[in-house]
Ligand binder design. Structure first.
Ligand code: CTP
Length: 397
């Protein structure tokens, strides 16, 4: 029987705090769930727990040093091969090193070298946890997409008590499982578009929009993590998620050409890009100079790429669109879903605080033909991506 974490490779980083003893239990549970656990200890952790204990329970012996004879560059190999890096407990020093790119030991090197998702579980005294330096580092890491399992209230070292105790092992393991997700897209080909198109006016100017590409990137990353072969057609200059192929485009015409060459092979297409509806009829060859007076820019409509995909949808393909609205959300999105022959539309009210363009968060309503709508409250765009792919997985099944 395959276990929930079978085939998953997890680097378990243990840094130097009294909570290091709990990493032993976390390690055991991950191994029991089928994960291949590679333990990395800092010099501080080495003082709190015995290497032998962790080595005996993990899938490989503990590594502590950048200077290993067996592998001259352990940090890059460990980081590249990991499906996830977990740091439990994460001390203030390790969090600071990670946040500021200070690679002082094997663990901070692995954190900086990896492209896999990272889960950090801070543990320290309340005064340290509440210090603005620590809180700023945590906020910075969260903004970069690091998953943080908040510490709990409880007994701390030295008889003190307060917030800062490492989260319970089952909470940590659940967070790992949530981030890794199921592998329900194995063997599936997923095409995602992201970012706002840029339509040239002249050699230097464009008509653009405020889309950051964050939602599309989150969908691509989540699909790849769940086993899909993912191609991301993007206008955005963002870090490439692990295992995702990116095709860079700029205009709606380039996006359409990239989609046309791949669409028929895709099991799923998620059109998260904000495609311009109008573009200049022609692009001036040089820079338009202001001495020539106020220019008149004539616009023409762009083709509706998604409607074109909907009109030629192969049997079994799942086509997902987005609807950016500022009023009449459900009515407008329902009409777009029908008009474009979609299986699912993700509607968001981009005028609401924290929603849509440029934010890290989103609040959406999922609509399907002849099905009750599902509303998803304001949450991280990765949570929205997960919920979206949960629906798509059900449709594929
Ligand atoms: N879309 C597209 N091609 C366009 C315009 C939009 O493929 N030329 C796609 C978007 O990627 C999105 C969906 O259609 O998935 C809806 O886009 P949206 O901008 O909300 O709606 P429009 O159809 O452009 O209608 P309107 O701008 O009038 O709201």
């Amino acid at each position: 029987m395959t276990r929930p974490l079978s085939g998953r490779r997890i680097v378990l980083g243990v840094s130097g705090g009294i909570a290091a003893y709990k990493s032993v239990e976390i390690c055991r549970r991950l191994v029991d769930l089928g994960a291949h656990v590679v333990p990395v200890m800092t010099a501080g952790a080495d003082k709190f727990i015995g290497r032998t204990t962790l080595s005996a329970l993990a899938s490989e012996p503990v590594q502590t040093s950048l200077w290993s004879e067996a592998s001259p560059i352990p940090h890059t190999k460990l980081g590249q091969n990991a499906d996830l890096v977990l740091v439990a407990p994460a001390t203030a020093r390790v969090l600071a090193g990670y946040a500021h790119g200070l690679s002082t030991d094997l663990l901070t090197n692995v954190l900086i070298a990896t492209r896999a998702p990272v889960v950090v579980c801070p543990a320290m005294h309340t005064e340290m946890w509440e210090h603005p330096a620590v809180q700023d580092n945590i906020a910075l890491l969260r903004r970069r997409g690091v998953h943080v399992v908040d510490p709990e209230e409880g007994r701390l070292a030295g008889g003190d008590s307060g917030k800062g105790r490492l989260a319970a092992p089952d909470v940590v393991v659940q967070a790992v499982q949530r981030v890794l997700g199921p592998r329900d897209f194995d063997g599936r080909r997923v095409l995602v578009t992201a970012g706002g198109t840029r339509e040239p006016i002249d050699a230097v100017r464009v008509i653009a929009n405020r889309s950051s590409g964050k939602q599309g990137y989150a969908v691509a990353e989540e699909a790849a993590r769940r086993g899909a072969t993912v191609t991301l057609i993007s206008t955005a200059d963002r870090p490439v998620p692990a295992g995702v192929e990116v095709i860079d485009v700029e205009t709606s015409a380039q996006m359409q050409a990239a989609l046309d060459s791949r669409a028929s092979e895709a099991d799923v297409i998620v059109m998260a890009a904000a495609v311009a509806d109008f573009r200049p009829v022609s692009c001036a060859s040089g820079k338009i100079k202001k001495d020539a007076g106020i220019p008149e820019i004539r616009l023409e409509p762009t083709p509706d790429i998604l409607a074109g995909l909907g009109a030629h949808k192969p049997a079994g393909q799942i086509l997902v669109g987005f609807a950016a609205e500022t009023s009449d959300l459900v009515e407008n999105a329902t009409s777009k879903m029908r008009r474009k022959n979609l299986d699912l539309i993700v509607a968001n009210d981009v005028s609401a605080p924290g929603v849509g363009f440029q934010h890290d968060t989103n609040a959406v309503t999922f609509l399907r033909p002849d099905q009750p709508l599902e509303s998803h409250p304001l949450s991280d765009k990765r949570d929205i991506a997960r919920a979206l792919l949960d629906i798509v997985a059900r449709l594929l099944a």
